[in-house]
Ligand binder design. Structure first.
Ligand SMILES: [Zn+2]
Length: 445
């Protein structure tokens, strides 16, 4: 048993309790106690205590929609004219990039952003992977990277018909094999879903096969849904009312599934998502970057749809999407009162609920029995901090603070600028090797 004491503990969870001079007792399995330093020490008198001098401690952060493979896109120059719209962004950048990824690239495309996750307090990532020319076994390579860093990961391969029947079949098989393998290993820190790219690159027969796998393996699908209006137009051309309508009729909605984006959805779609308890993931920075529109999170949350926050590969940490969401929806609604409650609920309730459902243990909350994922921030509140104003501290203080220590499953994985899972000089070596591989990939691109 270990104790972090003399901390300002932000518990998140239902009442956002803030504990002054607080402490958390934990081991590899779970959090055993949270309370004042005095009470927790009394409960576990033999446990080793680390005093953090009033620093803020929060639960480990959760990124609900990530693409680790996007790592090597950083700084890439496109040879063609700049894309004018979303389909061109996919054709000129992302689909060329994922086709250029080789098996030798996979480990580092995962390790680099996972290191970034560890140093920014992220302990759980829900990833959506694509590498059509390095497909078979790709999820196992990513899994190894998660294991090396000691982070929790939910992995899926994004199946598509855009690269032909054999790669579509291989994609479905990759998801199914990976999930079956996990069941045999019984590893609680890694999970799997059936990944699908998006409605407009998937035939009806592929959706049907994915639904069959979903039922057989008792898991959900992770798919981009109505991200751009072109996805909606495609669904209508195929004879459906909307993208949500098509995916729902195919049997892909439900409480284990993730429909990322849901920008182009109407009131009827929102009803479908609500009735089926389908998870939506909002990625505001990606939506702004691709100029695809702004999701109506207010309407979705009002109907009790679980809307979580993701980054869509923009960064490992969801912190920037959290702050962006709070700005975007005020700006979009031309009303400074907007989104206050919504972004807070997404970040501290919906992301934890989604991760908790996937990993079958309470996550993203500091309470007895929850997974022992914790972050110590180099943040000493300069103004009073309470349950009522902790959102203000998150948006304007913690979002700019450095992480002092990240703990995942009770293990310190990052502390004082050092990664516990890397040897001396390994960080620089990995980055140097990544630069070499990225250059080669850019040459092939
Ligand atoms: Zn995405």
């Amino acid at each position: 048993m270990k104790i972090i004491g003399n901390a300002t503990v932000l518990t998140f969870g239902p009442n956002h309790a803030v504990i002054d001079d607080g402490a958390v007792a934990y081991d590899e399995n779970k959090i055993h106690a949270v309370g004042t330093t005095q009470d927790v020490r009394q409960a576990f008198p033999k446990a080793k205590i680390r005093k953090v001098d009033g620093r803020v401690v929060t639960p480990g952060l959760i990124n609900a929609h990530m693409h680790l493979y996007s790592t090597f896109a950083r700084g890439i120059t496109l040879k063609d004219a700049a894309p004018e719209n979303f389909p061109q962004i996919l054709e000129r950048l992302w689909w060329r990039l994922d086709r250029a990824i080789k098996v030798e690239d996979l480990e580092l495309t995962a390790l680099i952003p996972l290191m970034e996750a560890a140093r920014s307090g992220v302990t759980t990532l829900i990833d959506h992977h694509a590498s059509p020319h390095a497909l078979g076994g790709s999820l196992d390579i990513l899994k190894k990277a998660f294991r090396k860093c000691g982070l929790r990961g939910c992995l899926s391969y994004e199946v598509s018909d855009r690269d032909g029947a054999s790669r579509r079949d291989a994609g479905l098989e990759e998801n199914a094999n990976f999930i079956r393998g996990l069941r045999l290993e019984n590893e609680p820190d890694i999970a799997g879903m059936i990944g699908l790219h998006a409605s407009f690159t998937l035939e009806d027969s592929t959706l049907a096969r994915a639904a069959e796998l979903m039922k057989g393996l008792k898991c959900g699908v992770h798919i981009h849904c109505a991200e751009d209006k072109s996805d909606l137009e495609d669904a209508r051309k195929r004879g459906f009312r909307s993208v949500v309508d098509r995916l729902h009729r195919a049997g892909l909605s439900g409480q284990d599934s993730i429909f990322a984006h849901c920008v182009h959805v109407d009131a009827s779609d929102i009803q479908t998502l609500a009735l089926t308890r389908t998870n939506v993931v909002h990625n505001p920075r990606s939506n702004m970057n691709n100029a695809v529109g702004c999701a109506n999170i207010e309407a979705m949350l009002k109907e009790k749809i679980p809307v979580a926050l993701g980054t869509d590969g923009m960064s490992s940490s969801p912190m920037a999407d959290f702050t962006t969401a709070s700005l975007l929806h005020k700006h979009q609604g031309k009303d400074p009162r907007k989104a206050y409650d919504e972004v807070w609920r997404m970040f501290t309730r919906k992301n934890p609920a989604l991760a908790g459902n996937i990993f079958k243990t309470p996550l993203g909350t500091i309470e007895e029995g929850a997974g022992s994922d914790l972050v110590v921030w180099d943040y000493f509140p300069p103004t009073p901090i309470t349950a009522a104003n902790s959102l203000g501290h998150m948006l304007f203080g913690l979002s700019n603070a450095r992480v002092a220590e990240t703990i995942c499953r009770g293990h310190t994985i990052f502390e004082d600028g050092k990664y516990a899972f890397l040897g001396d000089g390994e960080e620089m070596e990995l980055n140097a090797r990544a630069r070499e591989l990225a250059q080669k990939l850019w040459d092939r691109f």
